[in-house]
Design a protein around this ligand. Sequence first.
Ligand SMILES: Cc1cc2nc3c(=O)[nH]c(=O)nc-3n(C[C@H](O)[C@H](O)[C@H](O)COP(=O)(O)OP(=O)(O)OC[C@H]3O[C@@H](n4cnc5c(N)ncnc54)[C@H](O)[C@@H]3O)c2cc1C
Length: 392
Amino acid sequence: MIDFEIPDELAALRDEVRAFVADKVVPYETDPRVTRHGPNEDLRTELVGLARDAGLLTFQAPRRLGGREPSHVEQAVLFEAAGWSTLGPVALNCAAPDEGNMFLLSKIADPAQTEEFLVPVVEGRQRSVFAMTEPEGAGSDPNQLATEAIFDGTDYVINGRKWLITGARGARTWIIMARVAPNSSGADGPTLFLCDGDTPGIEIERIMDTMDRNYVEGHGVVVFNDLRLPASAVLGEIGQAFRYAQLRLAPARLTHCMRWLGAASRAHAIAVEHARTRTAFGKPLGEHQGVGFMIADNEIALQQCRLAIWWACWTLDQGAKGRHESSMVKSMVSEELFKVADRCVQILGGIGISDETPVGAIFSDIRAFRLYDGPTEVHKYAIARQALRSPS
Ligand SMILES: Cc1cc2nc3c(=O)[nH]c(=O)nc-3n(C[C@H](O)[C@H](O)[C@H](O)COP(=O)(O)OP(=O)(O)OC[C@H]3O[C@@H](n4cnc5c(N)ncnc54)[C@H](O)[C@@H]3O)c2cc1C
């Protein structure tokens, strides 16, 4: 039976997270260290320190790694609270890509890999990247993966070019997707490798200028130039990269939805306050039906998104893989929250597109959400294929 009642203990933690973000993190939103390429490492370290002091850092981690291991539904409640500021997840260490990478590593890293590459990320001491997307290869269709790993009898030698790699500059824990070429020594195919970002052969070509500003150190173009890794750098099994990426994707899509639900709720609260207090044509903006309808549409969309996220989380908590459910929810939520943010900009009038409030930034940040972890059209393509395969 689906039961979405929030127990007292969870409500108390949610309120603690919400108060932490509102009181301690929001004041940093105008900090000059929030740059064209997102918060820089210096700001991240300071914010993480605040969450550590508050006892809230990486609350979503497994208990064996010092976290509170909330269920997926519990995460939905907590991540929404964290997302009230786009810096909230950065401070609490539940932002992308680290959060999804920690989840994946906690499932498949061996004990030595866990110690070297996962524990420092959980502790907020270093960041991680997931390097899949390529200008000429993998994107919506990972089968186009072009980065190649050639086994020379001792090491894997990796060559390729990636882009849109979030947080590449300064990250130490690198998960790299490459195709192991057929070889006489064993398995081949799409494989995940795990290594230190300082390994010779990893070259950051440049940081891309993008319309979003919420991800630490932005998104990099990266070249792997004869990157030489030992067999111990293989993460999980050779040839299983797509299976592992799927393992990461369903929950990671949903945590994106949760964080953006928090941010969109913030934009809505600001827009409602504006509509309540600013007047035009003799009455508050909100009392004009055109504005009232936008407020009502936002209220409806936010609650619809919340319930959809909780439902998909519930299926994961029942042990389902949730691939189909998370696809449906991710495509719907990313589209609806974008519309919420757009209406908030409209209600604010001219200041909606300025940095006078966080709404303009939330609008540009949330636009990107319709693209990553599967563009809407790709999710719909998968949903339609499923429906065609097994008509109801
Ligand atoms: C902010 C941001 C952060 C990112 N971070 C990372 C990261 O850290 N690591 C990483 O590896 N990647 C990252 N990405 C890349 C992201 O995963 C890709 O952008 C995404 O997979 C889409 O691939 P693409 O950009 O190559 O688009 P393409 O594959 O070129 O697709 C372009 C468009 O074609 C349409 N399309 C594609 N396939 C279909 C289909 N089957 N049916 C209908 N329409 C279709 C869609 O509208 C799609 O938007 C990030 C992207 C963004 C925007």
